[in-house]
Design a protein around this ligand. Structure first.
Ligand code: HEM
Length: 416
């Protein structure tokens, strides 16, 4: 075949001398297509086995609903509903069709979804030997297996107490001025002089900046910027179908974790050195990593292992990010749509502002004066809970609402 007989796109590459790269790219695409084909083949074989196994064993006692395709199940539909802000409608359709207890396959695992106050009570008061706190394993692969939600009994208590010590009132009080600086800088850079802004992306930027400052002790600059794309990929992966193929969001999240962990280890090392150089009490505004490193047994060994610090920094980062950004976005939307609430809040904020010198930072006492603002925020959280779903795992067959939740299945309760 002469050069001219080649298809135009190959010829072009041959003429420019980059045919080799092109062939490599073609091979790469072929390999990816092969992988997709193999995955589909595997799914087709697994579907009938999956159905036969589950439906025969529990003989009509499973809740209504469809498990759909393994791995994919209903995750795509749910994620699409999240993106379109139609998650409430998505759940309502299923409640209409199946009632308050139904089954589906979510994030790779068979799941029983429960609704209503009785379900919330059941989940939050259930014995850990019956219903364990456990996220879908695909999620744990991103967050890490030593994260609080995977720990049980004494380990859960120990790590939870360490995290809560960072959120104690006396500690939180120290952060008010620091958060105030971040917010003022944010408003100056992203809001001032603009006629129109997109609130949600900005609330995410603000939340990310505050997380960097409080959790990692990373101030504005190149280090924060290096962290942002990794953080973004992990959040996207948490809300994705858990298929680990080279082009999926899930795969990008796993790669992001691999890149993030050495960065956190480096931070831990630096903070250990700083702690050794200084008297612990002398470090003002301890970030979460420093705070976890400072908690020690009587023999002065650290109470929280390095692995636990890494995974729990990641879990707090993920748990605090979307929840806070979503609540703040709802808050601003309410201010834009409800004149009466808007003017009462402005008045309350104005009174606090008038009591301060120009440029003076907010204090904890100022926050305690924001009574109406706080009530609006808590009511908004009640009406629009930012956490739409949470997961547990059945440690044994459980009877609930006249159905069986099989051992090993996920149990999710929808908080809306
Ligand atoms: C508006 C903001 C927030 C809301 C509505 C919210 C809501 C929730 C809910 C409903 C749970 C329980 C989930 C379950 O049933 O499994 C939870 C757990 C958790 N949240 Fe938040 N959250 C918010 C902000 C934050 C922030 C800012 C942080 C960290 C600084 C955080 C850290 C955590 C952690 C670590 C857990 C797991 C607790 C455990 O397993 O014992 N959350 N959150």
């Amino acid at each position: 075949m002469t050069t001219n007989e080649l298809p135009t796109f190959i010829r072009k590459h041959k003429e420019t001398g980059i045919r080799k790269d092109f062939s490599r790219t073609t091979l790469c695409f072929l390999a990816m297509e092969l992988m997709v084909f193999m995955t589909l083949l595997l799914l087709l074989i697994l579907v009938p086995i999956f159905y036969l196994f589950n439906h025969n064993k529990y003989n009509g006692q499973l809740p209504p609903g469809s498990l759909g395709l393994p791995v994919i199940g209903q995750s795509l539909g749910l994620l699409r509903a999240f993106k379109a802000d139609k998650v409430e409608k998505w759940f309502q359709e299923r409640i209409t069709n199946h009632g308050h207890v139904w089954k589906a396959s979510l994030f790779g695992y068979p799941t029983v979804v429960l609704h209503g106050p009785a379900a919330n009570k059941f989940v939050y008061t259930c014995d850990g030997n019956l219903l364990a706190s456990s996220q879908p394993p695909s999620l744990t692969r991103i967050i890490g297996c030593k994260n609080l939600m995977e720990l049980s009994a004494n380990d859960h208590k120990r790590v939870r107490a360490a995290l809560v010590s960072f959120l104690k009132l006396e500690v939180l009080k120290q952060y008010v001025a620091k958060v105030d600086v971040e917010i003022q800088h944010h408003l100056q850079s992203h809001w001032h002089g603009k006629h129109e802004v997109q609130v949600q992306p900005l609330m995410k930027i603000l939340t990310f900046d505050i997380i960097c400052s409080l959790l990692f002790g990373i101030e504005r600059g190149p280090q924060r910027e290096k962290l942002l794309p990794l953080f973004h990929d992990m959040i996207e992966g948490v809300l994705s179908v858990p298929i680990n193929l080279p082009f999926t969001k899930y795969n990008r999240a796993i790669i992001a974790r691999k890149k993030l962990v050495p960065m956190i280890i480096h931070l831990i090392q630096k903070k250990k050195e700083a702690l050794m150089e200084q008297n612990q009490g002398d470090i003002p505004h301890k970030d979460l990593i420093t705070s976890l490193l400072s908690i020690r047994h009587d023999d002065s060994s650290t109470m929280i292992s390095e692995e636990e610090i890494i995974d729990n920094i990641i879990v707090v980062m993920i748990a605090g990010y979307d929840t806070t950004a979503v609540l703040l976005t709802f808050f601003v939307r309410l201010l834009a749509s409800n004149k009466s609430i808007y003017s009462t809040i402005v008045q309350e904020q104005q009174e606090i502002s008038n009591s301060k010198a120009p440029g003076e930072a907010l204090t904890w006492e100022d926050l305690t004066k924001m009574k109406y603002t706080w009530r609006v925020a808590t009511e908004l959280t009640r009406i629009n809970p930012p956490v739409a779903l949470s997961f547990r795992r059945a440690k044994q067959d459980i009877e609930y609402g006249g159905f069986i939740i099989p051992k090993g299945w996920q149990v999710s309760h929808n908080t809306n």
